[in-house]
Design a protein around this ligand. Sequence first.
Ligand code: NAD
Length: 480
Amino acid sequence: MEKQRVTVAYGDGIGPEIMTAVIKILKAADVPVEFDNIEIGESLYKRGILSGIPNDAWDTIRKNKILLKAPITTPQGSGYKSINVTLRKSLGLFANVRDCKSYTPFVASPHPGMNLIIIRENEEDLYAGIEHRQTQEVTQVLKILSKPGTENIIRYAFEYTKAYGRKKLTCMTKDNIMKITDGMFHKTFTQIATEYPEIKSDHQIIDIGAARVAAQPESLDVIVTLNLYGDIISDIAAQVAGSVGLAGSANIGKEAAMFEAIHGSAPDIAGRGIANPSGLLVAAIQMLVHIGLPVYAEKIANAWLSTIEDGIHTADIYREGLSEQEVGTELFTDAIIERFGKEPTILRPVHYKGAGIHFERSINTQEKKELKGVDIFLDWDKNDRNPLILGKGLEAFTDGELKLKLITNRGVKVYPDGFPETFSTDHWRCRFLNPEEKTVDYSAVLSLMNSLSGAGYDIIKTENLYTFDGIKGYSLGQGE
Ligand code: NAD
């Protein structure tokens, strides 16, 4: 059988030391993998390759599809882009997997028993970066969620939970507020959960979920969530685990994947032979499961846990009373290799259930789409911003096809029957619908916009109001 080829980037700072250690362990475990080294990072920036990734490195990354990457120093100052973001976006790495675990009693942690995996959607949500300033007072950002993107991350999370022999998958959203976007994420989760009856699944609203990540992380097993929530809770979780230096992270795409430690290049200790290679090793173990080599992953993981359990610790985790022996990178590496075949007795040994993570999307994205009206957003700063005056003015534009239904300001209904207490900005959402809920032609929208613009209204944007298979594809206004 042809061996899997893995691209290896030795990185900056402590990168070369910890990567050398990890490759030594992988080779000693006889993993059936060939390694192709590339040079990316600070040295490249200094030679004027501003992306930090030269063309031949891209060729190797794209050919092999699997990248094991040591930390890279992000140069200070303007003009340089983060290599991580470049790699993630260019390779379509839609899932970020963060392993947040405590190793008590051998490594001090405020949360003994914490063993949490966070799977974060990596490409969509508010991170699409589509922002606009619309009026003097109002700015907006678009939160974009796609059905295929949502299905990818949720299927991946279930498959991951299965492959790693985990028990429970928790979905976190804010669908009590964002019923359409987060609602789709939650609904997709519930739908796909039926295909995995062996995995317990539940849903938590992100605010209480995040509080539990901080206060009772041991009650959680695997979490799947949207990009922004995942960004925040994975940092909380890494901190409360007390083992940032031992955590790995994976960025997974349909084709390609990248594995790395969560810590940086630690320039303060570079070249001293004392860096802890564990974070990168944990990432390499994730990589082995990902590429379908769980037996090798298990052998290395259990030897590593045994080393931690035997109190053989690098300086960053060495504690008088908890540790037996303080070692440098090389002795730590050799101690792991000596323990191949051993399992820890107090820390829980790992057993991976699956080999590789594969899935196909199957959710239908084709539904009957019908136009029912339009939300027209106006910049309007007249008549003391009195919504009654705006409403009465807009009522005059009813043409049989479309009729003013309501006006909201920052989502709150202000016309008809608004409250005088509601604060109004200069940004008004004016909803026009067909009074009999019939389907309308877009020409009706254009003609309405023409009339409004002709009458001096400042239209800043529109959103069409569709139904999909008869279900409203738009939210109601607060108070509608
Ligand atoms: P850092 O994680 O490199 O270091 C923080 C502290 O932790 C330092 O005291 C360091 O000595 C210690 N430390 C980190 N890893 C260690 C290890 N394996 N063993 C022992 N001690 C370890 O964070 P920083 O100092 O903020 O960042 C340094 C550089 O790394 C910056 O240029 C930053 O942009 C970059 N960085 C890169 C990545 C990445 O490539 N994924 C991630 C984070 C930071």
